[in-house]
Design a binder for this molecule. Sequence first.
Ligand SMILES: NC(=O)c1ccc[n+]([C@@H]2O[C@H](COP(=O)([O-])OP(=O)(O)OC[C@H]3O[C@@H](n4cnc5c(N)ncnc54)[C@H](O)[C@@H]3O)[C@@H](O)[C@H]2O)c1
Ligand SMILES: O=C(O)[C@H](O)CO
Length: 391
Amino acid sequence: MAKPVSIEVWNPNGKYRVVSTKPMPGTRWINLLIQNDCRLEICTEKKTILSIQDIIALIGDKCDGVIGQLTEDWGEELFSALSRAGGKAFSNMAVGYNNVDVDAANKYGVAVGNTPGVLTETTAELAASLSLAAARRIVEADEFMRAGLYDGWLPHLFVGNLLKGQTVGVIGAGRIGSAYARMMVEGFKMNLIYYDLYQATRLEKFVTGMLPLTYGAFLKASGETPVTWKRASTMDEVLQEADIISLHPILDKTTYHLVNKERLSKMKKEAILINCSRGPVIDETALVEHLKHNPMFRVGLDVFEDEPFMKPGLAEQKNAIVVPHIASASKWTREGMATLAALNVLGKIKGYPVWFDGNRVEPFLNENARPPAACPSIVNAKALGLPSSKL
Ligand SMILES: NC(=O)c1ccc[n+]([C@@H]2O[C@H](COP(=O)([O-])OP(=O)(O)OC[C@H]3O[C@@H](n4cnc5c(N)ncnc54)[C@H](O)[C@@H]3O)[C@@H](O)[C@H]2O)c1
Ligand SMILES: O=C(O)[C@H](O)CO
């Protein structure tokens, strides 16, 4: 028998029972659910990561849908419990869904939602922030200053890397990887090399394409050296050529330990590696060793292999900047993620179709208009045979 978990209840007489495993930012998501006849139960338990048993207790005997978090292990046990309770929808409040066993969800006919698009720029901005902080050694310099060690300007004090004219490498040039690439190319006039399984046509066009308004054409017209781009045919090409490399693929079997000991050794000695995707994309133990032996190599990490923990030795490395998985943490984005997650669950409960393009979710985010009668993004829509619509 599962232990009861503390909850806050909204609209107790609502017809549909929806559970959120965490309080989420903003109120729009709450209002949208209760205005649509949902009884909403928000888990207020103090511990950060809920266990499977906690979530089973939250689901209870009758539950129409759950909004959950990337820290939860959504597999056979939870989807069977949700299905037994009559549930048909689950949404992660995240774009990444490597914590979800989609095959198990398919088996129980549960739709799985995620929250693409709304976090693209925010996440890319954190990757850009980490790139700058690592290149200019901002965290080390801040610690030095606060420790009272600054006793005057010196020619060698905290010398870092100039970005302009250097090469930025992007691995996984999807929504976030492309947004980051644009920021670094446009903001710092860096040349671009990227690796992805697919061609990032819009990104390539942005950098140099033939249209009069592209960035490359603009630089040329202003008498500046145009930036260049290259699609690498192997990931190793990016590792060897780039001065800063930012990782933005999904986490799956093909990207687990994509950056390992051997690949680290192919990177330039003074390169910078940024990870705002998922921790296991890097072999973190190998990274710690690499940082120890290459003091001029720097990393900026938002995600970790055994989150919330770091591998032994990482915290002691001065050439590592570490932040606690905050890449999507801007107010607008987090409120938008909550809205998309709630609308995924609500849409399925109401029998709405699935929105035609998870890259164009803006209509759901307009606070002054009623959102489209659709689920913004359901990752297993095809497997479940759910109809899609532009409305
Ligand atoms: N740190 C954070 O807070 C944070 C925030 C948002 C997203 N993320 C992570 O970033 C990921 C990407 O998000 P997105 O919206 O850009 O997704 P996306 O699907 O638009 O982009 C992912 C890209 O990775 C590419 N890819 C897949 N397998 C690859 C491989 N083996 N080698 C190279 N490229 C490969 C895909 O082709 C795609 O272009 C998410 O899945 C999530 O895990 C993290
Ligand atoms: O996948 C995601 O969305 C992030 O990790 C949290 O924003």
